[in-house]
Design a protein around this ligand. Structure first.
Ligand SMILES: *Cc1c(COP(=O)(O)O)cnc(C)c1O
Length: 454
């Protein structure tokens, strides 16, 4: 076979990428195409004959462009979505280029070492125990599945049950205590794990969505048997933090496992100013966070940590005669991950951390909070939450959903909507590393102008 032409398609991708990235500051933030337009531009039957690779890349970029949401833009404030820093993005390109199967050390030694190193840096940044095991997963969703599988193993092992061998048929029932304002990915993880959402015991929350310690005490008092407590650092609407230190004390006194959903809130641990919000987080049993949100690593990139490496491995580990398993000190990622073959996700996380350094991570987090506070000042009188992190909830009464749609259509910025305590609200999340004061002011001006109907 002729040697493939790498240069043409990769040059095209490089040119398309740099045009997109440098255009972000002025690009309309939302998608500009309808479903019908995108289907017309991208659809049709698969041609019989192939095409030149560079041509394919050029046509793909051209046809997809109107349907690309500029979520890496500094004025994208929807959901909790970060962009991609230059180092992380470039390392991600190399990840695809090297195309390592990062399940086994033997198939990608450098990928395994990079995950080990970056996992250690993150443990250190978050103040987690040095012996905690780490896994690089697709996102917080699969991090929950991994951590709660380890929790399921451990709480049932203590009850004399081997869940990996015997499954859940006939097993002692596990109770899962979680705040009423938990993220929906907790419920979904319980479905995947066969624990079921009926195992959930909702715990009282306060006006910011924080689990109350009294509520947890009361919920635990009615239980005996295996229990898992799911705490949250960073409520997806308000940004509020559960009192994690007290939760660990109360839960551990009752023999329960504590899992922490810190998809974006765990990053508060990297900031001297915010660290008090997560005091005691090191006493939990497992932790979930994302790199693709606040660290601004490209999708998909989540992280799981577990204070009980034996439970982590018991839940995830796999052996087969044809595989080459690590014999010594090497790390096989498939022993810590729900995937088998997998992308070498550690490279982009490693590059992101290396480029920012400890102080760069801290200022990234602090800046997001400062900018959220700046936006909240502009929305004065309409802010519905205590702004403790990077999340601001704004209420414009019953007209809020319509205003959210108009803001999205106008294109200067992009915000999403939610319901908070039964009332419609606009969610504003500052998660992008390029967002600056001017972006906040332009977004605030636009929102206030559209709200005033002018
Ligand atoms: C975003 C988020 C999740 C889900 O994360 P994914 O990375 O999308 O799987 C879970 N919990 C919280 C608090 C979140 O903000």
């Amino acid at each position: 076979m002729d040697r493939p032409d790498w240069h043409g398609p990769l040059t095209e991708a490089y040119e398309q990428a740099t045009r997109f990235l440098t255009g972000l500051p002025e690009r309309e933030v939302g998608s500009r195409a309808t479903l019908e337009e995108l289907r017309a531009a991208l659809g049709g039957p698969l041609p019989d004959a192939g095409s030149d690779a560079r041509e394919v890349v050029a046509r793909l970029a051209e046809a997809a462009d109107p349907g690309i949401v500029a979520s890496p833009s500094g004025r994208f404030f929807g959901f909790v979505i970060g962009g991609a820093t230059p180092a992380a993005l470039a390392a991600d390109w190399l990840t695809a280029t090297w195309d390592q199967n990062a399940g086994l050390y033997a198939a990608g030694p450098a990928a395994a070492v990079v995950e080990d190193v970056a996992g250690g840096w993150l443990r250190d940044l978050f103040g987690l125990p040095a012996q905690a095991s780490a896994g690089f997963v697709t996102g917080a969703q699969m991090s929950h599945v991994t951590a709660l599988a380890a929790a399921r193993h451990e709480v049932l092992r203590r009850a004399g049950w081997d869940v990996e061998t015997d499954g859940l048929h006939g097993a002692p029932r596990i109770a899962v205590l979680a705040g009423a304002d938990r993220h929906s990915t907790i419920d979904r993880a319980l479905r995947f794990l066969g624990i079921g959402t009926a195992a959930l015991v909702p715990v009282d929350v306060d006006d910011q969505g924080r689990m109350t310690t009294a509520g947890l005490r009361a919920a635990l008092a009615g239980l005996d048997g295996p229990a898992i407590v799911c705490a949250q650092l960073g409520n997806v609407n308000t940004g509020a933090f559960d009192p994690i230190g007290e939760i660990c004390d109360v839960a551990h006194a009752a023999g329960a496992w504590v899992h922490v959903d810190g998809a974006f809130g765990l990053w508060a641990a990297t900031s001297a100013r915010l660290r008090h919000l997560v005091t005691g987080v090191d006493r939990a049993d497992s932790w979930t966070t994302d790199a693709h949100k606040w660290l601004n690593v490209p999708y998909d990139s989540g992280l799981v940590f577990c204070a009980h490496p034996a439970a982590h491995r018991a839940a995830m580990g796999v052996r087969a005669a044809y595989l080459v398993h690590a014999g010594g000190d090497e790390r096989d990622a498939l022993d810590y991950n729900p995937e088998f073959s997998r992308r070498a996700r550690g490279f982009a996380v490693y590059a992101a951390l290396r480029a920012l350094g400890r102080t760069g991570v801290e200022s990234l987090i602090d800046r997001g909070c400062d900018l959220a506070a700046r936006f909240a000042r502009r929305m004065s009188g309409r802010v519905l939450n205590d702004v403790v992190l990077n999340q601001v909830l704004v209420g414009f009464g019953p007209a809020t959903p319509d205003l959210v749609r108009r803001v999205q259509a106008e294109g200067t910025c992009w915000v999403s909507g939610t319901l908070w305590r039964g009332a419609p609200a606009m969610r504003f999340s500052v998660s992008n590393f390029t967002t600056d004061e001017a972006d906040i002011d332009r977004a605030a001006d636009t929102i206030l102008r559209l709200a005033a109907g002018t």
